[in-house]
Design a protein around this ligand. Structure first.
Ligand SMILES: *Cc1c(COP(=O)(O)O)cnc(C)c1O
Length: 348
C-alpha cells in the first residue's frame, strides 16, 4: 500500500507556509544579524521565534529512540499531533476512524471536531482488541485505527500478535498511542517502524518524562507520513520555553529512568496493598502509572474520597468499566494516604 494515497486531496499538494526562520535556517551563527521576522531586537531569552523544526530536541530523540529526524514530528502535546493526523488524512463528513472503547477520550473528541465518524468496536472483557470485529467494521472510508497500548483507562498492553494482524490487514493508518510505554513491560512499536508503512506511533513527555505542563507530544512515522504532517503544522507550534525544558530533560534520561523505576515499584506496592480492601473486587493488571480497580459502588467511593481530600478518576460510565475507579500512582506518601483513606472507608 502507498500511505500517500490516504492523504486528503486538498492536502496532497499543499505548499507549507514558509516562515522567516524556515527560510534562513542557520539561526545559530553568532555573526548574523536577523532583521527578517519583525522581532523585538532586545534580548530577553524569548524575543526570537522558536526553531520551527525543533532540531535540538529532535537530535536528542534521534539518539534516545534510534530513529532518524525525518521520522519525527513534534506538537503542542499529543493532542495537537493527533489533530494533525486527523486533518491530513480524514475528509470531513466522509471518512471514518475506528476506536476501541474503553479508551482515551481524545480520539472521539477530535473525530467530532473534524466531522469524522467514529466507529466503535468494544474491547473484550479483558481489554484486548476484537480483531475480527474490527476488520468487519472497516469500509473504504476507514482511514485510521486507533490502538492505545498500554491502554487508558484499563492499563494493559495489547497482544503483540493481535496488533500485528491489524497492522497487516487494515488498509489505513494504525496509530498506536504509546503515552504510557515507558511504564510497560512490552517493547515500543518504534522498533518496527520500517516494517509497516501504515504504522504511526505517538508518545508524549507528559507522563513518564514528568513534563505535562510544557505540552510536548511526539509522532514517529515513515518519512512520507511525517513530511505530510510537517506540511500542515503551524510553523511555530512548539514554543521556545517548551523546547528548552524538553532539551534539559532529554539530557537527563538517567534521572527519568530512576523516576520510572520508582513509580513502577510504587505501583506494585499499591496493587499489593489494594488487595486487602474489602470493597475492591478486582485489580486490573497495569503497564501504566495508574491502576484500575473495580469496587462495590464507584460513585459512592469517589465522593467519599473527595471528602477525604483525595481526587481520583471515576470511570464507571465507560463501557466495560462499571464501578471502576482509576488511581494514578503518586509518591510513597500520597499512596499511603490513599490506602489509609480506603481503609477508613471499609471500616465506616
Ligand atoms: C495522557 C495521555 C496522553 C497525553 O496527551 P498530551 O496531550 O501529550 O499530554 C496521550 N494519550 C493517552 C492515552 C493519554 O492517557
Amino acid at each position: 500500500m502507498n500511505v500517500l494515497d490516504l492523504v486528503r486531496d486538498n492536502i496532497k499538494n499543499i505548499k507549507p507556509y514558509s516562515s522567516a526562520r524556515d527560510e534562513y535556517k542557520d539561526a545559530t551563527s553568532e555573526s548574523m544579524i536577523f532583521l527578517d521576522a519583525n522581532e523585538n531586537p532586545f534580548e530577553n531569552g524569548v524575543n526570537r521565534y522558536p526553531d520551527p523544526q525543533q532540531n535540538d530536541v529532535k537530535d536528542l530523540l534521534v539518539n534516545i529512540k534510534n530513529v532518524t529526524k525525518e521520522n519525527i514530528l513534534l506538537g503542542n502535546g499529543s493532542d495537537e499531533v493527533l489533530d494533525l493526523i486527523f486533518r491530513a488524512f480524514c475528509e470531513p463528513n466522509k471518512d471514518n476512524i475506528i476506536t476501541l472503547p474503553p479508551t482515551y477520550g481524545m480520539y472521539s473528541v477530535l473525530a467530532n471536531i473534524n466531522a469524522i465518524k467514529n466507529k466503535k468496536v468494544l474491547l473484550t472483557e479483558d481489554f484486548q482488541p476484537k480483531v475480527d470485529q474490527i476488520i468487519d467494521a472497516v469500509d473504504n472510508n476507514s482511514k485510521i485505527l486507533f490502538l492505545c497500548s498500554p491502554n487508558n483507562p484499563s492499563g494493559n498492553s495489547f497482544s503483540i500478535e493481535k496488533v500485528e494482524t491489524l497492522l497487516n490487514n487494515f488498509k489505513g493508518l494504525v496509530v498506536i498511542d504509546e503515552a504510557y510505554i515507558d511504564f510497560s513491560e512490552q517493547e515500543s512499536w518504534l522498533n518496527r517502524l520500517e516494517e509497516f508503512p501504515n504504522l504511526v506511533i505517538t508518545q508524549t513527555l507528559s507522563k513518564a518524562y514528568g513534563l505535562a505542563g510544557i505540552r510536548l507530544g511526539v509522532c514517529y512515522a515513515s518519512k512520507a507520513v511525517i513530511s505530510v504532517l510537517n506540511s500542515i503544522k503551524p510553523p511555530y507550534n512548539v514554543n521556545e520555553l517548551t523546547q528548552q525544558k524538553a532539551f534539559e530533560r532529554l539530557n537527563k534520561v538517567d534521572e527519568v529512568a530512576a523516576e520510572i523505576k520508582a513509580i513502577k515499584q510504587e505501583r506494585e506496592q499499591l496493587m499489593n496493598s489494594l488487595e486487602s480492601i474489602n470493597f475492591i473486587s478486582n485489580i486490573y493488571p497495569s503497564d501504566c502509572n495508574f491502576v484500575l480497580v473495580k469496587v462495590d459502588d464507584a460513585t459512592k467511593r469517589y465522593n467519599q474520597l473527595i471528602q477525604l481530600g483525595i481526587v481520583i478518576r471515576n470511570r464507571t460510565t465507560q463501557p466495560l468499566c462499571e464501578n471502576c475507579l482509576r488511581f494514578t500512582v503518586g509518591t510513597t506518601a500520597e499512596n499511603e494516604k490513599l490506602l489509609q483513606a480506603l481503609k477508613e472507608l471499609q471500616n465506616a
